[in-house]
Design a protein around this ligand. Sequence first.
Ligand SMILES: [Zn+2]
Length: 159
Amino acid sequence: MNCPYCHTENSRVIESRTNEDGATIRRRRECVNEACGRRFTTYERVEQRPLMVIKKDAKREEFLYDKLYRGVTKACEKRPISTEQVERVVEGIAQSLRIDFEQEVPSSVIGERVMNALKTLDGVAYVRFASVYREFRDVETLAKEVLSLLTETSDKISG
Ligand SMILES: [Zn+2]
């Protein structure tokens, strides 16, 4: 880090302190040029870049928590699912995306994760979301999905 006074290229860190929010580090530095030797402060923080969603047509759009939340809420409408449960699903997905994808995530991955989460939460909400997401063209595909869901459910009960 250049000294802001004499523009010498090097400086020595004499103190580092993490701010209360844990997101910023404040460093006290001292110019290595003996003729100058002045002290100055720098701040270091994590760069929060937006996560981009790669859509089917390869266009990118910013990942929006609210949009995901609205989609899941809609699927869970009039079902015995609390707002807290919806929040937990959405937060879990948003967090897993941040961990697994640094900059870009295919929209298909988000869809799959929502479906997986809803599958264990509520069958109806799952089918609702899947029917919109997978754009079931015919009743047969939808019926297959519902049937496989019912089979899984009865497996769970009997197993
Ligand atoms: Zn200096």
